[in-house]
Design a protein around this ligand. Sequence first.
Ligand SMILES: [Fe+2]
Length: 516
Amino acid sequence: MNPSISRRQFLRSAGGITFLALAPTGRGLFAAAAPLKPMAIPVFTALPYIQPGPEAKLVPGAEIARLAWQTEGREASFDVQFGRDTSYSQTAQIQRTSRDYSGKGDKGSRFNYVCAFAGLNLGTEYRYRVRCNGATLAEGYFTTRQPRGRKIRFAAFGDNSFGDPSERAIAYQAYRANPDFIQNTGDNVYDAGLDSEYTRHFFPVYNADHASPSSGAPLLRSIPFYTVLANHDVESFLPNTKTPCANFELYADALAYYTNFHFPLNGVPTPTYPTLTHGPEKRLADFKACAGARFPTMANYSYDAGDAHFLCLDSNNYTDATDPALQQWVAADLKGSDARWKFVSFHHGAFNVGVHHRYEQQMRVLAPIFEEHGVNFVLSGHEHNYQRTVPIRFTPKDTAKAHKLHTKDRIVTGDFKLDLAFDGEKQTQASGVIYITTGAGGKYLYDPEYNADPSKWVVPEDNNLAYTAKMISDRHSLTVFDVEHDEVLLRQIDEQGNEIDRIRVTPALRRFAAQV
Ligand SMILES: [Fe+2]
Protein backbone atom coordinates (compact mmCIF):
# COMPACT_ATOMS: atom_id res chain seq x y z
CA MET A 1 0.00 0.00 0.00
CA ASN A 2 1.25 3.48 -0.77
CA PRO A 3 2.09 5.23 2.51
CA SER A 4 0.17 8.37 1.45
CA ILE A 5 -3.11 6.44 1.48
CA SER A 6 -4.72 6.16 4.89
CA ARG A 7 -6.00 2.74 5.91
CA ARG A 8 -9.54 4.12 5.92
CA GLN A 9 -9.15 5.39 2.36
CA PHE A 10 -7.64 2.10 1.30
CA LEU A 11 -10.50 0.08 2.74
CA ARG A 12 -13.08 2.39 1.23
CA SER A 13 -11.79 2.17 -2.31
CA ALA A 14 -10.21 -1.27 -2.38
CA GLY A 15 -13.08 -2.59 -0.28
CA GLY A 16 -15.57 -2.22 -3.10
CA ILE A 17 -15.47 -5.96 -2.91
CA THR A 18 -14.76 -7.39 0.51
CA PHE A 19 -15.04 -10.99 -0.57
CA LEU A 20 -14.32 -12.50 -3.97
CA ALA A 21 -14.33 -16.25 -4.56
CA LEU A 22 -13.02 -15.88 -8.11
CA ALA A 23 -9.38 -16.01 -9.16
CA PRO A 24 -7.75 -14.60 -12.32
CA THR A 25 -6.90 -17.15 -14.98
CA GLY A 26 -5.32 -14.73 -17.45
CA ARG A 27 -6.48 -12.41 -20.24
CA GLY A 28 -9.10 -10.83 -18.05
CA LEU A 29 -10.89 -14.06 -17.16
CA PHE A 30 -11.88 -15.11 -13.63
CA ALA A 31 -12.86 -18.62 -12.51
CA ALA A 32 -14.22 -20.03 -9.27
CA ALA A 33 -11.62 -21.33 -6.84
CA ALA A 34 -11.18 -25.12 -6.54
CA PRO A 35 -13.66 -25.75 -3.67
CA LEU A 36 -16.47 -24.26 -5.81
CA LYS A 37 -15.69 -26.35 -8.90
CA PRO A 38 -18.58 -28.79 -8.27
CA MET A 39 -20.99 -25.81 -8.41
CA ALA A 40 -20.36 -25.47 -12.19
CA ILE A 41 -19.78 -21.74 -11.94
CA PRO A 42 -19.09 -20.14 -15.33
CA VAL A 43 -15.89 -18.25 -16.11
CA PHE A 44 -16.32 -14.51 -15.59
CA THR A 45 -15.26 -12.25 -18.47
CA ALA A 46 -16.02 -9.15 -16.37
CA LEU A 47 -16.18 -9.09 -12.58
CA PRO A 48 -19.14 -7.26 -11.03
CA TYR A 49 -18.98 -3.54 -11.85
CA ILE A 50 -21.13 -0.66 -10.60
CA GLN A 51 -23.06 1.27 -13.25
CA PRO A 52 -25.03 4.51 -13.14
CA GLY A 53 -28.74 4.33 -12.71
CA PRO A 54 -31.19 5.51 -15.35
CA GLU A 55 -32.05 8.69 -13.46
CA ALA A 56 -30.19 11.83 -14.54
CA LYS A 57 -31.63 14.00 -11.74
CA LEU A 58 -30.91 13.62 -8.05
CA VAL A 59 -34.09 12.52 -6.27
CA PRO A 60 -33.84 11.62 -2.56
CA GLY A 61 -35.20 8.15 -1.87
CA ALA A 62 -35.59 7.38 -5.58
CA GLU A 63 -31.97 6.81 -6.51
CA ILE A 64 -31.15 3.75 -8.60
CA ALA A 65 -27.74 2.13 -9.08
CA ARG A 66 -26.89 -0.90 -11.12
CA LEU A 67 -24.51 -3.82 -10.89
CA ALA A 68 -23.37 -5.60 -14.07
CA TRP A 69 -21.13 -8.58 -14.74
CA GLN A 70 -20.35 -10.87 -17.66
CA THR A 71 -19.64 -14.57 -18.03
CA GLU A 72 -18.94 -17.05 -20.76
CA GLY A 73 -22.17 -18.17 -22.42
CA ARG A 74 -22.96 -20.97 -20.02
CA GLU A 75 -26.17 -21.41 -18.04
CA ALA A 76 -26.02 -20.48 -14.37
CA SER A 77 -28.44 -19.31 -11.73
CA PHE A 78 -27.52 -15.93 -10.22
CA ASP A 79 -29.13 -14.04 -7.39
CA VAL A 80 -28.14 -10.63 -6.01
CA GLN A 81 -29.14 -9.07 -2.69
CA PHE A 82 -28.44 -5.61 -1.36
CA GLY A 83 -29.10 -3.34 1.61
CA ARG A 84 -27.57 -0.94 4.12
CA ASP A 85 -25.75 -3.77 5.90
CA THR A 86 -24.79 -7.39 5.46
CA SER A 87 -28.28 -8.64 6.22
CA TYR A 88 -28.89 -7.87 2.51
CA SER A 89 -32.57 -7.25 3.05
CA GLN A 90 -33.57 -6.67 -0.59
CA THR A 91 -33.33 -8.76 -3.74
CA ALA A 92 -32.48 -7.21 -7.11
CA GLN A 93 -34.14 -8.21 -10.37
CA ILE A 94 -31.57 -9.55 -12.82
CA GLN A 95 -31.70 -9.17 -16.60
CA ARG A 96 -29.56 -11.21 -18.96
CA THR A 97 -28.63 -10.60 -22.58
CA SER A 98 -26.12 -12.40 -24.75
CA ARG A 99 -23.36 -11.32 -27.16
CA ASP A 100 -21.35 -13.12 -29.78
CA TYR A 101 -17.78 -11.88 -29.50
CA SER A 102 -16.18 -13.67 -32.41
CA GLY A 103 -13.50 -11.54 -34.01
CA LYS A 104 -9.84 -10.60 -33.73
CA GLY A 105 -8.89 -14.16 -32.78
CA ASP A 106 -11.63 -14.60 -30.17
CA LYS A 107 -14.57 -16.91 -30.57
CA GLY A 108 -17.60 -17.65 -28.46
CA SER A 109 -20.60 -16.11 -26.82
CA ARG A 110 -21.09 -14.48 -23.49
CA PHE A 111 -23.86 -13.49 -21.17
CA ASN A 112 -24.18 -9.88 -20.00
CA TYR A 113 -26.00 -9.52 -16.68
CA VAL A 114 -27.31 -6.37 -15.03
CA CYS A 115 -29.47 -5.75 -11.99
CA ALA A 116 -30.93 -2.59 -10.49
CA PHE A 117 -30.76 -1.43 -6.87
CA ALA A 118 -33.81 0.80 -6.61
CA GLY A 119 -35.31 3.09 -3.96
CA LEU A 120 -31.94 4.22 -2.58
CA ASN A 121 -31.03 7.33 -0.61
CA LEU A 122 -28.49 9.78 -2.01
CA GLY A 123 -24.95 9.92 -0.62
CA THR A 124 -25.39 6.64 1.20
CA GLU A 125 -23.31 3.49 1.33
CA TYR A 126 -24.95 0.19 0.38
CA ARG A 127 -23.72 -3.37 0.32
CA TYR A 128 -24.32 -6.06 -2.27
CA ARG A 129 -23.82 -9.79 -2.57
CA VAL A 130 -23.65 -11.87 -5.76
CA ARG A 131 -24.42 -15.57 -5.58
CA CYS A 132 -24.29 -18.22 -8.28
CA ASN A 133 -25.81 -21.64 -8.07
CA GLY A 134 -26.16 -21.04 -4.31
CA ALA A 135 -22.51 -20.11 -3.69
CA THR A 136 -21.51 -16.58 -2.63
CA LEU A 137 -19.03 -15.22 -5.19
CA ALA A 138 -18.70 -11.57 -4.27
CA GLU A 139 -19.64 -9.18 -1.49
CA GLY A 140 -19.04 -5.49 -2.01
CA TYR A 141 -20.27 -1.98 -1.45
CA PHE A 142 -20.77 1.32 -3.17
CA THR A 143 -21.93 4.84 -2.34
CA THR A 144 -24.82 6.46 -4.18
CA ARG A 145 -24.50 9.89 -5.86
CA GLN A 146 -24.05 12.83 -3.52
CA PRO A 147 -27.01 15.24 -3.23
CA ARG A 148 -26.81 18.98 -3.95
CA GLY A 149 -24.66 20.80 -1.41
CA ARG A 150 -22.21 17.95 -0.87
CA LYS A 151 -18.65 17.95 -2.17
CA ILE A 152 -17.78 15.50 -4.94
CA ARG A 153 -14.50 14.40 -6.44
CA PHE A 154 -14.12 12.86 -9.87
CA ALA A 155 -11.23 11.82 -12.09
CA ALA A 156 -11.09 12.46 -15.83
CA PHE A 157 -8.85 10.98 -18.51
CA GLY A 158 -9.14 9.52 -22.00
CA ASP A 159 -7.29 7.68 -24.76
CA ASN A 160 -6.39 4.93 -22.37
CA SER A 161 -6.99 1.18 -22.73
CA PHE A 162 -4.67 -0.71 -25.04
CA GLY A 163 -2.57 -2.74 -22.63
CA ASP A 164 0.13 -0.09 -22.16
CA PRO A 165 1.92 0.13 -18.80
CA SER A 166 0.94 3.79 -18.38
CA GLU A 167 -2.75 2.87 -18.55
CA ARG A 168 -2.29 0.82 -15.38
CA ALA A 169 -0.31 3.56 -13.67
CA ILE A 170 -3.02 6.13 -14.43
CA ALA A 171 -5.71 3.74 -13.16
CA TYR A 172 -3.70 3.40 -9.97
CA GLN A 173 -3.39 7.19 -9.61
CA ALA A 174 -7.14 7.53 -10.17
CA TYR A 175 -7.69 5.04 -7.37
CA ARG A 176 -5.30 6.92 -5.08
CA ALA A 177 -7.36 10.05 -5.63
CA ASN A 178 -10.35 8.22 -4.14
CA PRO A 179 -12.93 9.64 -6.58
CA ASP A 180 -16.71 9.27 -6.47
CA PHE A 181 -16.68 8.38 -10.18
CA ILE A 182 -14.64 8.49 -13.38
CA GLN A 183 -15.57 10.72 -16.34
CA ASN A 184 -13.69 9.34 -19.32
CA THR A 185 -13.15 11.58 -22.35
CA GLY A 186 -13.31 8.87 -25.03
CA ASP A 187 -11.13 6.39 -26.88
CA ASN A 188 -11.63 4.42 -23.74
CA VAL A 189 -10.63 1.19 -25.52
CA TYR A 190 -8.47 0.57 -28.61
CA ASP A 191 -8.52 -0.25 -31.46
CA ALA A 192 -12.12 -0.71 -32.48
CA GLY A 193 -14.30 -0.60 -29.34
CA LEU A 194 -14.80 -4.36 -29.39
CA ASP A 195 -16.20 -6.39 -26.55
CA SER A 196 -13.11 -8.62 -26.68
CA GLU A 197 -10.91 -5.52 -26.32
CA TYR A 198 -12.84 -4.51 -23.22
CA THR A 199 -12.22 -7.99 -21.81
CA ARG A 200 -8.48 -7.72 -22.38
CA HIS A 201 -7.68 -4.08 -21.79
CA PHE A 202 -10.44 -2.39 -19.79
CA PHE A 203 -12.07 -4.58 -17.17
CA PRO A 204 -8.85 -6.23 -15.88
CA VAL A 205 -7.20 -2.82 -15.39
CA TYR A 206 -9.98 -0.70 -13.86
CA ASN A 207 -11.42 -3.64 -11.92
CA ALA A 208 -8.09 -5.22 -10.97
CA ASP A 209 -8.19 -7.20 -7.77
CA HIS A 210 -5.20 -5.32 -6.33
CA ALA A 211 -4.04 -1.73 -6.61
CA SER A 212 -0.57 -1.08 -7.97
CA PRO A 213 1.02 0.99 -10.75
CA SER A 214 1.70 -2.21 -12.66
CA SER A 215 -1.74 -3.81 -12.35
CA GLY A 216 -4.33 -1.01 -12.17
CA ALA A 217 -6.89 -0.73 -9.39
CA PRO A 218 -10.23 -2.02 -8.07
CA LEU A 219 -12.28 0.97 -9.17
CA LEU A 220 -15.24 -0.38 -11.14
CA ARG A 221 -16.55 -2.60 -8.35
CA SER A 222 -17.30 0.44 -6.22
CA ILE A 223 -17.66 3.51 -8.46
CA PRO A 224 -19.34 4.27 -11.83
CA PHE A 225 -17.23 4.87 -14.93
CA TYR A 226 -18.86 7.26 -17.40
CA THR A 227 -17.49 7.61 -20.91
CA VAL A 228 -18.30 9.15 -24.31
CA LEU A 229 -18.41 7.66 -27.80
CA ALA A 230 -15.20 8.33 -29.75
CA ASN A 231 -13.47 7.46 -33.00
CA HIS A 232 -11.99 4.20 -31.73
CA ASP A 233 -15.50 2.97 -30.91
CA VAL A 234 -16.30 3.19 -34.62
CA GLU A 235 -13.04 2.42 -36.39
CA SER A 236 -14.15 0.87 -39.68
CA PHE A 237 -15.79 2.11 -42.91
CA LEU A 238 -18.80 1.35 -45.03
CA PRO A 239 -17.59 -0.73 -48.01
CA ASN A 240 -15.81 1.35 -50.68
CA THR A 241 -16.34 4.61 -48.80
CA LYS A 242 -14.67 6.76 -46.19
CA THR A 243 -17.83 6.77 -44.12
CA PRO A 244 -17.06 5.51 -40.61
CA CYS A 245 -19.18 2.67 -39.33
CA ALA A 246 -19.17 -0.16 -36.84
CA ASN A 247 -18.38 -3.13 -39.07
CA PHE A 248 -20.10 -6.27 -37.80
CA GLU A 249 -18.93 -8.14 -40.87
CA LEU A 250 -15.39 -7.95 -39.47
CA TYR A 251 -16.26 -8.11 -35.78
CA ALA A 252 -19.35 -9.63 -34.22
CA ASP A 253 -18.49 -7.88 -30.96
CA ALA A 254 -18.36 -4.29 -32.27
CA LEU A 255 -19.84 -1.28 -30.44
CA ALA A 256 -19.33 -2.65 -26.94
CA TYR A 257 -20.02 0.90 -25.67
CA TYR A 258 -23.72 0.23 -26.17
CA THR A 259 -23.73 -3.17 -24.44
CA ASN A 260 -21.21 -2.79 -21.59
CA PHE A 261 -22.46 0.50 -20.20
CA HIS A 262 -25.77 1.56 -18.71
CA PHE A 263 -25.94 5.35 -18.79
CA PRO A 264 -29.13 7.44 -18.47
CA LEU A 265 -31.31 7.19 -21.58
CA ASN A 266 -32.19 10.87 -21.66
CA GLY A 267 -30.35 11.67 -24.92
CA VAL A 268 -31.76 12.54 -28.33
CA PRO A 269 -34.09 9.54 -28.88
CA THR A 270 -33.28 9.23 -32.58
CA PRO A 271 -30.11 11.21 -33.38
CA THR A 272 -30.03 12.84 -36.81
CA TYR A 273 -26.51 11.44 -37.19
CA PRO A 274 -26.45 8.08 -35.38
CA THR A 275 -23.60 5.60 -35.18
CA LEU A 276 -23.63 3.79 -38.53
CA THR A 277 -23.47 0.00 -38.69
CA HIS A 278 -22.71 -2.52 -41.41
CA GLY A 279 -22.75 -6.29 -41.53
CA PRO A 280 -24.85 -9.44 -41.65
CA GLU A 281 -28.43 -8.98 -40.53
CA LYS A 282 -28.24 -11.71 -37.92
CA ARG A 283 -25.21 -10.13 -36.23
CA LEU A 284 -26.82 -6.70 -36.25
CA ALA A 285 -30.03 -8.15 -34.82
CA ASP A 286 -28.08 -9.89 -32.05
CA PHE A 287 -26.27 -6.65 -31.19
CA LYS A 288 -29.50 -4.64 -31.14
CA ALA A 289 -31.20 -7.23 -28.95
CA CYS A 290 -28.35 -6.91 -26.44
CA ALA A 291 -28.17 -3.12 -26.57
CA GLY A 292 -31.96 -2.62 -26.46
CA ALA A 293 -33.04 1.00 -26.01
CA ARG A 294 -29.42 2.05 -25.47
CA PHE A 295 -28.72 2.00 -29.22
CA PRO A 296 -28.58 4.67 -30.57
CA THR A 297 -30.02 6.95 -27.86
CA MET A 298 -27.12 6.51 -25.42
CA ALA A 299 -24.75 8.35 -27.80
CA ASN A 300 -25.68 11.45 -25.77
CA TYR A 301 -26.79 11.68 -22.15
CA SER A 302 -26.52 13.77 -19.01
CA TYR A 303 -26.47 13.28 -15.26
CA ASP A 304 -26.03 15.14 -11.99
CA ALA A 305 -23.75 14.59 -9.01
CA GLY A 306 -23.42 16.90 -6.01
CA ASP A 307 -23.53 20.51 -7.20
CA ALA A 308 -22.56 19.60 -10.75
CA HIS A 309 -24.30 18.71 -14.00
CA PHE A 310 -22.55 16.62 -16.66
CA LEU A 311 -23.46 16.55 -20.35
CA CYS A 312 -21.82 13.82 -22.49
CA LEU A 313 -21.88 14.12 -26.29
CA ASP A 314 -20.95 12.03 -29.33
CA SER A 315 -18.52 14.20 -31.33
CA ASN A 316 -17.54 11.61 -33.94
CA ASN A 317 -17.00 12.81 -37.50
CA TYR A 318 -20.28 11.25 -38.64
CA THR A 319 -22.09 13.80 -36.44
CA ASP A 320 -22.82 17.44 -37.22
CA ALA A 321 -22.86 19.80 -34.26
CA THR A 322 -24.72 22.41 -36.33
CA ASP A 323 -27.70 20.02 -36.40
CA PRO A 324 -30.67 22.05 -35.03
CA ALA A 325 -32.17 19.00 -33.30
CA LEU A 326 -28.92 18.34 -31.43
CA GLN A 327 -28.45 22.01 -30.57
CA GLN A 328 -32.00 22.29 -29.22
CA TRP A 329 -31.48 19.21 -27.07
CA VAL A 330 -28.10 20.50 -25.76
CA ALA A 331 -29.60 23.91 -24.94
CA ALA A 332 -32.65 22.38 -23.27
CA ASP A 333 -30.52 20.01 -21.23
CA LEU A 334 -28.21 22.75 -19.96
CA LYS A 335 -31.03 25.22 -19.39
CA GLY A 336 -33.01 22.60 -17.50
CA SER A 337 -30.29 22.07 -14.92
CA ASP A 338 -30.19 24.07 -11.69
CA ALA A 339 -26.66 22.84 -10.90
CA ARG A 340 -24.14 25.37 -9.64
CA TRP A 341 -21.44 23.93 -11.93
CA LYS A 342 -21.75 22.53 -15.44
CA PHE A 343 -19.33 20.22 -17.22
CA VAL A 344 -19.54 19.00 -20.82
CA SER A 345 -17.54 16.06 -22.12
CA PHE A 346 -16.89 14.98 -25.71
CA HIS A 347 -13.90 13.45 -27.40
CA HIS A 348 -12.83 15.82 -30.20
CA GLY A 349 -11.39 18.90 -28.51
CA ALA A 350 -12.94 22.15 -29.71
CA PHE A 351 -9.89 24.28 -28.94
CA ASN A 352 -6.57 22.49 -29.01
CA VAL A 353 -3.15 23.19 -30.48
CA GLY A 354 -1.91 19.63 -31.04
CA VAL A 355 -0.39 18.45 -34.30
CA HIS A 356 -2.72 15.50 -34.86
CA HIS A 357 -6.28 16.70 -34.44
CA ARG A 358 -6.41 20.46 -34.29
CA TYR A 359 -8.39 20.67 -37.56
CA GLU A 360 -11.29 18.67 -36.12
CA GLN A 361 -12.93 21.76 -34.62
CA GLN A 362 -16.56 20.97 -35.35
CA MET A 363 -17.67 20.96 -31.71
CA ARG A 364 -16.75 24.62 -31.21
CA VAL A 365 -19.96 25.62 -32.96
CA LEU A 366 -21.65 24.74 -29.65
CA ALA A 367 -19.55 27.29 -27.72
CA PRO A 368 -22.27 30.02 -27.67
CA ILE A 369 -24.77 27.53 -26.21
CA PHE A 370 -22.26 26.48 -23.55
CA GLU A 371 -21.62 30.14 -22.65
CA GLU A 372 -25.29 31.09 -22.59
CA HIS A 373 -26.15 28.28 -20.20
CA GLY A 374 -23.23 28.67 -17.81
CA VAL A 375 -20.93 25.78 -18.71
CA ASN A 376 -17.70 26.03 -16.72
CA PHE A 377 -15.53 23.26 -18.16
CA VAL A 378 -15.44 21.21 -21.36
CA LEU A 379 -13.44 17.98 -21.09
CA SER A 380 -12.05 16.28 -24.20
CA GLY A 381 -9.38 13.83 -25.31
CA HIS A 382 -8.26 12.74 -28.80
CA GLU A 383 -4.94 14.56 -28.40
CA HIS A 384 -2.79 12.28 -26.24
CA ASN A 385 -1.59 14.96 -23.86
CA TYR A 386 -2.86 17.58 -21.41
CA GLN A 387 -3.92 21.06 -22.52
CA ARG A 388 -5.75 23.75 -20.56
CA THR A 389 -7.08 26.92 -22.14
CA VAL A 390 -7.74 30.28 -20.57
CA PRO A 391 -11.48 31.01 -20.24
CA ILE A 392 -12.78 31.39 -23.81
CA ARG A 393 -15.84 33.04 -25.29
CA PHE A 394 -16.22 32.26 -28.95
CA THR A 395 -18.59 33.39 -31.67
CA PRO A 396 -18.44 31.16 -34.79
CA LYS A 397 -18.22 33.00 -38.11
CA ASP A 398 -17.61 30.52 -40.91
CA THR A 399 -19.15 27.13 -40.07
CA ALA A 400 -19.20 25.74 -43.61
CA LYS A 401 -16.56 23.12 -42.87
CA ALA A 402 -18.36 21.98 -39.73
CA HIS A 403 -20.78 20.23 -42.13
CA LYS A 404 -17.99 18.27 -43.84
CA LEU A 405 -18.86 14.90 -42.35
CA HIS A 406 -16.32 12.06 -42.41
CA THR A 407 -13.36 14.40 -42.84
CA LYS A 408 -10.68 15.77 -40.56
CA ASP A 409 -10.83 19.23 -42.12
CA ARG A 410 -13.57 20.86 -40.10
CA ILE A 411 -12.04 24.24 -39.30
CA VAL A 412 -14.48 26.77 -37.86
CA THR A 413 -13.34 30.39 -37.76
CA GLY A 414 -14.79 32.97 -35.42
CA ASP A 415 -14.24 35.74 -32.91
CA PHE A 416 -12.48 35.03 -29.64
CA LYS A 417 -12.72 36.80 -26.31
CA LEU A 418 -10.04 35.50 -23.98
CA ASP A 419 -10.00 36.06 -20.24
CA LEU A 420 -6.28 36.60 -19.84
CA ALA A 421 -6.68 37.96 -16.31
CA PHE A 422 -7.76 34.56 -15.00
CA ASP A 423 -4.84 32.70 -13.45
CA GLY A 424 -6.65 30.12 -11.32
CA GLU A 425 -4.81 31.26 -8.25
CA LYS A 426 -5.35 34.93 -7.43
CA GLN A 427 -7.94 35.62 -10.12
CA THR A 428 -10.29 32.65 -9.93
CA GLN A 429 -13.47 34.01 -11.52
CA ALA A 430 -13.49 32.71 -15.07
CA SER A 431 -15.15 34.83 -17.72
CA GLY A 432 -15.77 32.10 -20.26
CA VAL A 433 -15.48 28.34 -20.65
CA ILE A 434 -12.24 26.52 -19.78
CA TYR A 435 -11.49 23.76 -22.30
CA ILE A 436 -9.45 20.86 -20.97
CA THR A 437 -7.78 18.22 -23.14
CA THR A 438 -7.04 15.26 -20.89
CA GLY A 439 -6.09 12.53 -23.34
CA ALA A 440 -2.92 11.30 -21.67
CA GLY A 441 -4.62 8.31 -20.02
CA GLY A 442 -2.37 5.53 -21.30
CA LYS A 443 -1.86 5.43 -25.07
CA TYR A 444 1.43 6.73 -26.46
CA LEU A 445 1.89 10.50 -26.11
CA TYR A 446 1.51 13.14 -28.80
CA ASP A 447 3.78 16.16 -29.27
CA PRO A 448 6.23 15.60 -26.39
CA GLU A 449 8.48 18.33 -27.84
CA TYR A 450 5.71 20.91 -27.20
CA ASN A 451 6.00 20.46 -23.46
CA ALA A 452 8.63 23.04 -22.64
CA ASP A 453 7.95 25.42 -25.52
CA PRO A 454 4.92 27.71 -25.11
CA SER A 455 5.82 29.35 -28.43
CA LYS A 456 4.42 26.20 -30.06
CA TRP A 457 1.08 26.43 -28.25
CA VAL A 458 -0.58 28.44 -31.01
CA VAL A 459 -2.00 27.54 -34.41
CA PRO A 460 -2.30 29.69 -37.54
CA GLU A 461 -5.93 28.59 -38.07
CA ASP A 462 -6.79 30.61 -34.94
CA ASN A 463 -4.51 33.54 -35.82
CA ASN A 464 -1.89 32.28 -33.36
CA LEU A 465 -4.06 33.37 -30.43
CA ALA A 466 -2.51 32.40 -27.10
CA TYR A 467 -5.54 30.63 -25.65
CA THR A 468 -3.54 27.66 -24.33
CA ALA A 469 -2.41 28.44 -20.79
CA LYS A 470 -0.78 25.08 -20.07
CA MET A 471 0.29 22.07 -22.10
CA ILE A 472 1.99 19.01 -20.65
CA SER A 473 2.86 16.41 -23.25
CA ASP A 474 5.96 14.63 -21.92
CA ARG A 475 4.15 12.31 -19.51
CA HIS A 476 0.86 10.51 -18.95
CA SER A 477 -1.57 12.16 -16.57
CA LEU A 478 -5.16 12.45 -15.35
CA THR A 479 -7.34 15.29 -14.09
CA VAL A 480 -8.87 15.29 -10.61
CA PHE A 481 -11.72 17.70 -9.86
CA ASP A 482 -13.02 18.63 -6.42
CA VAL A 483 -16.41 20.28 -6.83
CA GLU A 484 -17.85 22.23 -3.91
CA HIS A 485 -20.70 24.74 -3.80
CA ASP A 486 -18.38 27.77 -4.08
CA GLU A 487 -15.27 26.37 -5.68
CA VAL A 488 -13.94 23.89 -8.21
CA LEU A 489 -10.35 22.74 -7.77
CA LEU A 490 -8.63 21.16 -10.79
CA ARG A 491 -5.44 19.18 -10.26
CA GLN A 492 -3.49 17.43 -13.01
CA ILE A 493 -1.66 14.39 -11.65
CA ASP A 494 1.06 12.52 -13.55
CA GLU A 495 1.58 8.76 -13.54
CA GLN A 496 4.10 9.07 -10.70
CA GLY A 497 1.53 10.86 -8.54
CA ASN A 498 3.06 14.34 -8.92
CA GLU A 499 0.79 17.39 -9.19
CA ILE A 500 1.71 19.10 -12.48
CA ASP A 501 -1.06 21.69 -12.79
CA ARG A 502 -3.61 23.28 -10.45
CA ILE A 503 -6.30 25.95 -10.79
CA ARG A 504 -9.16 27.07 -8.60
CA VAL A 505 -12.37 28.41 -10.10
CA THR A 506 -14.99 30.35 -8.18
CA PRO A 507 -18.43 31.47 -9.39
CA ALA A 508 -18.15 34.32 -11.86
CA LEU A 509 -21.74 35.36 -12.35
CA ARG A 510 -21.14 39.06 -11.71
CA ARG A 511 -17.93 39.28 -13.71
CA PHE A 512 -19.42 37.30 -16.58
CA ALA A 513 -22.57 39.42 -16.64
CA ALA A 514 -20.59 42.67 -16.58
CA GLN A 515 -18.87 41.77 -19.82
CA VAL A 516 -21.90 40.60 -21.76
FE1 LIG B 1 -9.39 9.78 -30.63
